[in-house]
Each structure stands twice: as structure tokens, then as C-alpha cells.
Design a protein around this ligand. Structure first.
Ligand code: 5RP
Length: 229
């Protein structure tokens, strides 16, 4: 019986293709989420067979995974420029505008991506959209300001919801902040929305990654499509 490839198979395929962009001696930004996890696992195998790279992680989870696979981990005190970052995305729109932060790591992910010479997105094809906004936009906020930020967002016509764990308690980011998942509807002007959210006091970061990604490796079935900016 012929088994249809699953979404996870597609994520592995995209992650495997991204290894072609990793060279000996590079500093590699390690993304977060399930597709980035596949990448880190595959990268770990290469390191164990002799590949010499150093990693900068975009979340505590990715850092712990990388360390468990013997990938040397460094931080920005030793190195301020990353050769290439491989990370997932929640939505990929034309021009490689992204929504990220479904896993709550958007702040460090954006820092790592912004320090990268090359930022490559790995994803299965369900992430490709014609316009951003179906996926609720994650906005990371300082805890004490969350009600104020939520009110300002409501005034802008956005519906924010504090992210919670299955247990009902608030999801807290690696940096100790809260996430507001924001129903924005179709985002016609991502740059404008990003600027408006950014100016709200108490917002730490938002999940719109605009003009950052250089390439997306999107897997569909047995094929990986390259999307350029
Ligand atoms: C985490 C992220 C992830 O990259 C994004 O949520 C995609 O995750 P996955 O690869 O599990 O679909 O931004 O904050």
C-alpha cells in the first residue's frame, strides 16, 4: 500500500533541504518549533559525523535540544553575526512576509533572524497564504501592561486573547512575558500594522517578520519549492 506523505514528512523534507545551505565553519541560527526541531536533529547528526559549526538558539527548547545533540552553542557575547538561520513560520505570504511566534519564541527568533546574513524559512505547504492574517498574530507584552495593550489593540479593531496553556495558566515566554494572540482578519498592509503595534507602550515584539526572510523552502509531497523574496 502506498502511504501518502504526512505534514510531518513535508517538514522533515524541507528541513533536510536546508542542510544544503550549511557549510563548515558557519555560525548557524537555530529556529524554534517542530520544523526547526527536525532541522536541529538533522544538523546534530552532521555535527556528530564531523561538521564543524556553532549554533545560536532562538529558544530555551532549541538550545537544550542542540546541546543534547552535541551542537556547540554560543551567544552574542562571542559572536554578533550569524551566517545563516533556519527557522519555521506560521504563515508565508508573497514577498516572504511572515507571521511567526506560534510557539511563543518570536522575540528571540526575531533577534536571531535580524543578526543573520541569510534567513531561510522551512515549512510545509500549508503555511503558504496569499495574504497574512488567518493565523492569529502573536504579540509579546510585558505582563503588567497586558490589559492596557489589549485595550489599545481592541481600539484598533484587533481582537487579542491572552495565550494560555492546556492547564488554563498563562503561557509565559522564555523572557518572562505574556503573549496576546491577535485576530486581525486579512492583513492588507502588514508594514502599517507592524508600525501601529510597535508604538504601543508595553509591547515587546510582534510576530510580523517583514523584509527579513531571504528564501523559503516549502515542501509539498515529495517536492521542495524554493520561494525567493
Ligand atoms: C515558534 C515559531 C515557529 O517557527 C512557527 O510556529 C512554526 O512552527 P512549526 O514548524 O511547528 O509549524 O515561530 O515561535
Amino acid at each position: 500500500m502506498l502511504l501518502m506523505p504526512t505534514t510531518d514528512d513535508a517538514k522533515i523534507l524541507a528541513a533536510r533541504r536546508s542542510l544544503e545551505f550549511i557549510e563548515d565553519g558557519m555560525v548557524v541560527g537555530l529556529g524554534s518549533g517542530s520544523t526547526a526541531t527536525h532541522f536541529i536533529q538533522l544538523l546534530g547528526k552532521r555535527v556528530q559525523s564531523g561538521l564543524n559549526i556553532r549554533g545560536i538558539a532562538s529558544s530555551r527548547a532549541s538550545e537544550e535540544l542542540a546541546a543534547s545533540l552535541s551542537i556547540p552553542i554560543i551567544d552574542f557575547s562571542t559572536c554578533s553575526e550569524i551566517d545563516v538561520t533556519i527557522d519555521g513560520a506560521d504563515e508565508i505570504a508573497p514577498g516572504l512576509s511572515l507571521i511567526k511566534g506560534g510557539g511563543g519564541a518570536l522575540l528571540r527568533e526575531k533577534i536571531v533572524a535580524s543578526a543573520s546574513k541569510r534567513f531561510i524559512v522551512v515549512a510545509d505547504s500549508s503555511k503558504v497564504v496569499s495574504k497574512l492574517g488567518k493565523f492569529p498574530l502573536p504579540v509579546e507584552v510585558i505582563t503588567m501592561a497586558a490589559p492596557l495593550v489589549a485595550k489599545k489593540l481592541l481600539d484598533m479593531g484587533i481582537r487579542p486573547k491572552v495565550r494560555r496553556l492546556g492547564s488554563g495558566s498563562e503561557f509565559v515566554t522564555d523572557e518572562g512575558n505574556l503573549i496576546l494572540d491577535c485576530e486581525c482578519g486579512a492583513i492588507d498592509d502588514p508594514q502599517r500594522l507592524a508600525a501601529s503595534i510597535r508604538q504601543i507602550v508595553g509591547v515587546v515584539e510582534h510576530g510580523l517578520f517583514l523584509d527579513m526572510a531571504d528564501l523559503a523552502l516549502v515542501a509539498k509531497g515529495a517536492e521542495v519549492i524554493e520561494m525567493a523574496r
